[in-house]
Design a protein around this ligand. Structure first.
Ligand code: HEC
Length: 191
């Protein structure tokens, strides 16, 4: 079976060069996913731990607001030179996670596919001028709703903490199966 395990946007497909044949893209996707998993694992294990300690979500929300950025930096510090991993979304909680044009293009495409019922949860590889980006979708799961679900269903203390720390929060009102955001790895590619 020769199914390629990633999607290319039209823009990326047009700029494909010989050095970026699908086999290479597949290797890039694999490498990127490896970095992405390191951040994902750190965040998820902490989130799980705090949600277990305090099912209201308050401790976990405190953890996310206090430590998500630091933890992201700490994970990044361990990567090879030129490699970065971050989270972003169309509807943001922390303005520091702001999406750029390529991020928006990829996420809008994912959302369109979700709406059309054609979405497959798989990494997307993009070419951004001498660097590759690998995008892994973060789907809204039940556990996410405690802090990203409909406002009226969020524990009042959690809602208060979020409002205080993120006065411009737009990351509520999600339902299970929605695209909450992405984790993006950026890595140098051999020319
Ligand atoms: C206990 C509360 C809580 C839960 C549960 C939670 N989040 Fe968040 N989430 C936050 C907070 C707080 C931030 C902002 C972190 C920061 O300041 O960097 C955030 C940020 C994010 C971001 C970064 C983009 C942005 O808007 O700033 C993504 C992506 C995200 N969450 C996805 C998820 C997903 C997927 C789940 C479920 C697996 C989840 N979250 C569960 C509280 C939560």
């Amino acid at each position: 079976m020769k199914k390629i395990a990633f999607t290319l946007s039209m823009a990326a497909a047009v700029t494909l060069t010989a050095a970026e044949a699908p086999a290479d893209k597949q290797a890039v996707a694999k490498e990127g996913v490896g970095y992405i998993k390191q951040l994902g694992k750190e965040l998820k294990s902490n989130l799980k731990k705090y949600l277990k300690q305090d099912p209201s979500g308050l401790q976990a929300a405190y953890f996310c607001s206090k430590s998500a950025q630091d933890l992201t930096q700490k994970v990044n510090a361990k990567f090879p030179k030129g490699v970065t991993v971050r989270r972003t979304a169309l509807k943001l909680r922390n303005p520091r996670d702001k999406a750029d044009a390529t991020d928006i293009e990829v996420m809008k495409k994912m959302e369109a596919q979700i709406n059309a019922g054609t979405f497959k949860k798989k990494p997307v590889v993009m070419d951004v001028g001498g660097k590759a980006r690998v995008y892994v979708p973060l789907m809204t799961q039940k556990a996410c709703l405690k802090c990203h679900g409909p406002v009226e269903k969020i524990d009042p203390k959690v809602a208060e903490l979020i409002k205080k720390n993120y006065p411009q929060d737009r990351a509520t009102g999600f339902k299970e199966g929605d695209l909450r955001g992405v984790i993006v790895a950026e890595l140098p590619v051999d020319q």
